[in-house]
Design a protein around this ligand. Sequence first.
Ligand code: MN3
Length: 203
Amino acid sequence: MAFELPALGFAFDALEPHIDAKTMEIHHGKHHNGYTNKLNAAVAGTDLEGKSIEDILANLDMNNSAVRNNGGGFYNHRLFWEVINPEDKGRLSGSLLEAVNAAYGSKDAMLEKFAAAAGTRFGSGWAWLCAHKDGKVEVCSSPNQDNPLMPGVGCGGTPIMGIDVWEHAYYLNYQNRRPDYVKAFTSIINWNVVEKKYEALVG
Ligand code: MN3
């Protein structure tokens, strides 16, 4: 089974004014689609063909730049669309809130750390909120399309929330104002989705 571009799950303009429709259309239809197609081309005919993306990334040969860049791009954007889905956003609560409080003291303090990670990631990359197997959560960032599932990247946890800080994610609307985009992102996080991911990992 080849990897398929996941449906966005909501309208391109559903996140305005925080993320504009044109950015969403290009980001999903061109960028994510491109990563998906190139990932399929990179694994075709190799022993990676047919494996899950999680399996591929966790056991990645970091010198395999085609799978590293496009496998990361495929996985990262799939998570991103889920995390900004505007339906039934909920609020941070339950065991994830407890883990956030334990690690950072409060949701706001965690989001400050997250915004700092996103803001200080030089060039292109991502900032993450990850969960470890013991239930601890941790903020980190990674360059390009790398993510913490890959060997030796970031905090080594599993991403449950992440922001794309490549310029293609925000430049049309925000130009060089990455901090404004990051701030807007933190206001549109679907905490129900993030919490479900946390609970699925930690139990
Ligand atoms: Mn992107």
